[in-house]
Design a protein around this ligand. Structure first.
Ligand code: PMP
Length: 344
């Protein structure tokens, strides 16, 4: 009898079911047990594969998308890459309006997946016609048969994580999770995952990570958007200068802010201690864990899951470049591995 060929039907079948890995060295001496959910194991190397796939399949199911339709989005890179990947496999065109803060690597990657990319200035307000929101809106109006994903205001963003990330973590921890630490950008990851987990056990603590220069933490505390909180920062994908609909603030117990510098060093330290080569926001999430440990958030019974949203390879010209670190004033030789030049 012929043996069956063991192959996925397409790359899209590999989305989700990402591994959970116990952290040891970096959290040595901390109270409790710590686990990283490695979203870089998605085929597009980030958590955004989940929402790209889910939102597009919802649009197909409701008849919004037809063969040859165009998918439009604003993105810091990861969502764009995932949308481009899903679009290629499913036969759609993909147009992406990105912030000039995105790394060159990310922009080149989007183009390599067949997407058309518009690079827009990062430090203009959301209602400025040059902002990536306004550029995407205009392209949507001008392109017949297009859909605008609008991840910050799309309820399917939360739902994707409610249906996948939440159940996976619950199952992987055998229901023993006590704390979730997750970065908040659109808020889809933390809100959807939290909603599922709190339905299983309302005592699970949901801890959101925000950037200095973002309004999320203050809004969570006051329910008012304080424009004085807004100023430029370097971490991509974390924090916001507006209040996204895709964030369910009621599911989050508290936010904690982290600096660009400490997050960059923490991401580098993850590689050197755990062998996990991760993105800038994974460093931010671990920096938040460090601060929470110092504050006494955890005890010996804590089982803490930390979401690592993407892979380090996306940041070669940023946090993994000594030159970039030096330019930011972040460089510290005791924090990096060594290079020995061998004479030729
Ligand atoms: N980290 C990175 C690298 C991201 O691109 C994003 C998404 N903007 C996040 C974290 C935050 O995820 P979410 O949008 O689901 O809040």
């Amino acid at each position: 009898m012929k043996q069956e060929i063991k192959a996925c039907d397409s790359i899209l079948e590999l989305i989700g079911q990402t591994p959970l890995v116990r952290l040891k060295q970096l959290t040595a001496g901390y109270s409790g047990e710590f686990f990283a959910k490695l979203e870089a194991f998605n085929p597009g190397h980030s958590s955004k594969d989940r929402i790209a796939h889910y939102i597009i399949e919802q649009a197909e199911a409701s008849g919004l998308l037809k063969p040859g339709s165009t998918i439009i989005e604003t993105t810091s890179g990861n969502t764009g890459f995932s949308l481009a990947m899903v679009s290629i496999v499913k036969g759609y065109d993909c147009i992406l309006a990105v912030s000039s803060k995105s790394s060159k690597d990310k922009i080149d990657m989007l183009r390599s997946m067949g997407a058309k990319v518009y690079v827009c200035p990062a430090h203009v307000s959301a209602d400025d016609p040059r902002s990536y929101y306004q550029v995407a809106k205009r392209l949507h109006q001008e392109t017949e048969g297009s859909i605008y994903i609008n991840q910050y205001f799309n309820k399917f963003n939360i739902e994707a994580h409610y249906r996948t990330t939440g159940p996976e973590i619950w199952e992987q921890t055998a229901g023993q999770i006590t704390h979730l630490v997750a970065c908040s950008g659109t808020g889809g990851t933390i809100s959807g995952t939290a909603r599922f987990l709190k339905e299983q056990n309302p005592n699970i603590r949901i801890l959101g990570v925000d950037a200095y220069g973002s309004v999320l933490k203050k809004f969570h505390e006051t329910r008012e958007l304080d424009r004085d909180e807004i100023y430029p920062y370097r971490i991509e994908g974390l924090g916001k200068n507006l209040i996204p609909d895709a964030t369910d603030f009621d599911t989050i117990d508290r936010f904690i802010k982290v600096t660009d510098e400490e997050s960059a060093h923490m991401a580098r330290k993850l590689g050197r201690t755990e062998g996990i080569f991760s993105g800038y926001t994974s460093g931010a999430a671990m920096q938040a864990v460090h601060q929470l440990q110092e504050e006494g958030e955890f005890d010996e019974n804590s089982k803490v899951v930390v979401i690592f949203p993407d892979h380090g390879s996306r940041y070669m010209s940023k946090i993994y470049s000594d030159h970039w670190m030096e330019e930011q004033g972040f460089y510290d030789s005791k924090h990096v591995g060594e290079t020995q030049q061998v004479e030729v």
